[in-house]
Design a protein around this ligand. Structure first.
Ligand code: ADP
Ligand code: MG
Length: 258
């Protein structure tokens, strides 16, 4: 019932992540029922689809926060390793940003961004501060470095979370509905930071309900329904001329006019 996969423009660049018939069950419930698509270097791939369709599960399987139990996930051509030590190495190369920010509440913005480089990468405190300061500037928060999360807006906290992920110098970034918990007026500032990252060539997988963002920034859009990919293609296809009527139904349900 899934539509044929159209040719991939820009596929000249190497695949970073390849999902091959990925399956995942929780007990008797099948959350991912044979998901296949790929993410190429420098691409923004947006995952869309109804709540409960398996988007977060797929992201969590990508960095092995969950273990998939069928099919393969290849990262840079190599299946995700089974042992925790090697997985730790893979996880470090994928920055993840969650809906709920998950900043350390007892640390300032600057300390939040320094934490990973110092404790995980073994960077000197001085170097970590230099890097964190530059990253906070990049996300537009140079003047908030000494604020605690409680004294930052949702949009600001999420930008700190992005800076914190970038401080680990990941090869790719995974975003799980990064703007869903935000007040409407702060959504744009987070999307702008993500757009800037995309323009700099960061490889990104983004679960989002921000269809205008996906339409404008994504190179490839994957539509999930009930643990399966019902359609994938360039945003022009998905948003302007979907091949699958269920894609159209989902988008019109969200108020997308096409
Ligand atoms: P989405 O992100 O698209 O909203 P999820 O990937 O979070 O969907 O969830 C897909 C389905 O898997 C949902 O029905 C959800 O209830 C179920 N699920 C997710 N995580 C677990 C879990 N740890 N245990 C049991 N069921 C889960
Ligand atoms: Mg989700």
């Amino acid at each position: 019932m899934s539509a044929p996969v159209p040719p991939r423009t820009g596929a000249a660049s190497a695949p970073v992540v390849v999902y091959e018939n990925v399956r995942k069950s929780f007990g008797t419930f099948t959350a991912l029922n044979g998901v296949s698509f790929q993410v190429n270097k420098g691409e923004v791939v947006c995952l869309i689809g109804p709540s409960g369709s398996g988007k977060s599960t797929l992201l969590r399987c990508t960095n092995a926060l969950e273990k998939h139990d069928g099919g393969r996930i290849l990262f840079e051509g190599v299946p995700l390793p089974a042992d925790e030590k090697s997985l730790h190495g893979v996880r470090r190369r994928m920055g993840m940003v969650f809906q709920s920010f998950e900043l350390f509440p007892h640390m300032t913005a600057l300390e939040n961004v320094c934490e990973g480089p110092v404790t995980v990468l073994g960077m000197s405190k001085a170097d970590a501060i230099t890097r964190a300061t530059a990253l906070l500037k990049k996300v537009g928060l140079a003047d908030k470095a000494l604020n605690y999360p409680a004294n930052l807006s949702g949009g600001q906290q999420q930008r700190v979370a992005i800076a914190r992920a970038l401080a680990m110098q990941p090869d790719m970034m995974l975003f799980d509905e990064p703007t869903s918990a935000l007040d409407p007026e702060t959504v744009g500032e987070v999307l702008n930071v993500m757009k800037q990252l995309a323009e700099e060539g960061m490889t990104m997988v983004v679960v989002t309900h921000e269809m205008a963002f996906a339409r404008r920034v994504a190179n490839w859009v994957v539509v999930f329904e009930a643990g399966a990919v019902i359609e994938q293609g360039p945003p022009t296809q998905i948003f302007d001329a979907p091949l699958v009527s269920r894609t159209k139904d989902f988008l019109s349900h969200l108020g997308w006019e096409g």
